[in-house]
Design a protein around this ligand. Sequence first.
Ligand code: ARG
Ligand code: ZN
Length: 879
Amino acid sequence: MPEAKPQTIYLKNYHEPEYLIETVDLNFILEAEYARVVSRLTITHNPDNKARNAALVLLGEELTLISIALNGVTLTTSQYKLNDESLTIADVPQNTTFTLAIENTINPKANSALEGLFVSNDMLCTQCEAQGFRKITYFLDRPDVMARFTTTLIADKTLYPVLLSNGNKVAQGELIDNRHWVTWEDPFKKPCYLFALVAGQLECIEDHFTTMSGRDITLKIFVEAHDIDKCAHAMQSLKNSMRWDEVTYGREYDLDLYMIVAVGHFNMGAMENKGLNVFNTKFVLARPDTATDMDYEHIEGVIGHEYFHNWTGNRITCRDWFQLSLKEGFTVFRDQEFTADQTSKAVKRIDDVNALRTRQFAEDAGPLAHPIRPEAYIEINNFYTLTVYEKGAEVVRMIRTLLGTENFHKGADLYFQRHDGQAVTCEHFVQAMEDASNKDLSQFRRWYSQAGTPVVKVEQTYDAAKQSLTLTLSQSIPGQKNAAVLHIPVKVALFSEDGTIMDASVVDTVAINNELTLELREQTQDFIFENVPGTPILSILRGFSAPVKLQMSQPLTELAFLLRHDNDSFNRWEAGQKLTASIIFELIDTIKQGKSLSIPEILIDSFKAILEQTSPDLSYLACLLSLPAENYLAEQMPVVDVEAIHHARQFVKRSLAAHLTEQISALYLQNHQQETGELNSAAIGKRRIKNLCLDYLSQLNTDDSHQLAHNQFANAKTMTDQIAALGSIVNSENPEKQACLQQFYQQWQDEALVIDKWFSIQASSTQPDTFTVVQSLLRHSAFDLKNPNRVRSLVGAFSQANPVHYHAKNGQGYQFLADQVIALNSLNPQVASRMVSALTQWRRFDKQRQDLMKQQLERIINTDNISKDVFEIASKSLA
Ligand code: ARG
Ligand code: ZN
């Protein structure tokens, strides 16, 4: 147990700040093990807060205080109170602005939590969101206190030639003893979580962007010297993002300089600090031979995400951390649409829904379920969740669906116009959408306060005499007491047997190209379709129009029909997923009865038809040919049986490969022959489908398939091809396995991000020796518990992407995970608590596994000096 019981913070207790900070003048003397901070604040009593004569409470953690002066007069120790979390000054002026000068020191090198000011390789950098600024100096560390920052950095010229902070560089100079200084000024008011500084030996690439109003912006990407040849894609992505936000939302960049720094040690993906984004190297560095096509896409997506925050997050920020989805949900929605526009809309939607359904649905059905606007937390870092981000984005998407694109953009414009420069709430966002469109969103607002994934049950009755179809939709949220009745947009189309779409209508419902958006607002509601000439085949929840689970029975023949004919690219794919999933579930039953397995014709025929099809979007065809993930199948079982899922799914994969070897091989060759290593979407599509074919073929474990994989590995022009081949090799009985793994390591030992792939491919292997391999990788000289990317690539991959081995019956996987969590707890609580998530789903498994998982959770909770982060996740998991 932690020393004092961790406190819960509640949304209902929000109150306005008593004091406001107008300006912040920061002065840093930087060394790796010793940083001296002088902070000069101008402070006033907040006129909106009626409580007078309140003490001034500044937050600060892990700081060594040297001195405080109020209006130039040094305070004696009796004039303030200091504890582990705050500095309280009881007596401060109430009617005038006053200045406070605080001097303190910190030790960046000792900061393994990577929050506040820390060291990565030899550079110094910061991460302040959510509450890291208080680890730099005493402050009103809350997002509704927005101030203007000026920052001066002083450091050794040789060790730290580059000194960066937010805004514009306004002055610089040299000092004696080989030191230099730089002053940065950020003209925009901002909350302290958007503060950043970076100091180090960095190289940069530079480019320019001309904004829609003709302003010239300098763009710089800073990296360590040996990565300078891997920045071009990030730079192009930045320019694409800037243009996209102008064209799509009419938003222009506002400073003259935009900087991105890539850091090797980073807890999350990236951070949108004003004018100075700090990124995990994973989302910046790319060269065709070191990064996969997926890496390229993710880099562009994350660069876009952080750039879009400049308006949705920075210019308009959150009033308090409960409103996190205000900026994250909206910004994820924006980056999803950006990527969709840059790549394939169909594939992007499928990838996003896949991620949502496998991971967010699990979160929303488990003990850590929370609404996109949570009401309570112990540690806010635990609420940077799939729910706040991804479900939050789905909620914004539903608003667009309900309002229509035009009104949605009117709403966005109104939101920007009303709230620029403010710290606001989710309510302000919805209000702007409502005011701009006149659409009543009062019931829709419940999505912000209701946790859990709704189940929508679908029943249909066709009346031939009246030529009408009655669709009965009912909603419920399993596991949530007194669940609210939500306002759910359900897009529907009806198909005739000949594959054409029917021209049916529903009263008061607009149809666009015969697609209707039904608005489900009742617990149970009938929708009557008129003008339905024959029994229709229903395509429902098109485009995944709401984050819900559908409950309906649809015969395999109808699913196969939709897989052929649906003109909604999402639902066409979804039909294939449902078809395959229901076959896998039947096989699971067969396995349990101990009978022998066989694969139905309908699946082989459907796959054969797709394999023989041509399409300009080969990435999309690859999606159509992909089986539902094990995690997604698990999500649909009352008691998860990891082994049965794995075996049934593998059986389907192997059978398809065996029955369709000829077609799959042909498709492989056709798309492999002219591999040039290009990065356009046609080339990416070819690689995606080709590597899927390779994966199928390697299930056959024949000499031919081994040879194919090995050839591709040895001659690969891109990391996409090399790693796909290595994956096939590692997951089969390929005789070249050890040699390939060794060669790959030799080839890439100096590229940290590639070595991360080397770890994770082995950690997620389904081969029988995986656990032993994982244990020895933990002792590998390249493994480092202090590097979050490395931890995720080994511990994360094993526990989250390797269900069969992680859930080994004897509990060794759980124990392994708990050991790592306990070791990480004292080094890096944020990363430790992320790793605990692989234990929270214990209720989903059989009794024996439940007990083993609970034991490990209890062991974790009983760790000495358990962090708030880990305590919250572990204790709520057991509750
Ligand atoms: N705001 C960052 C983003 O773009 C994430 C920061 C997360 N930091 C944290 N400590 N949880 O999504
Ligand atoms: Zn974000």
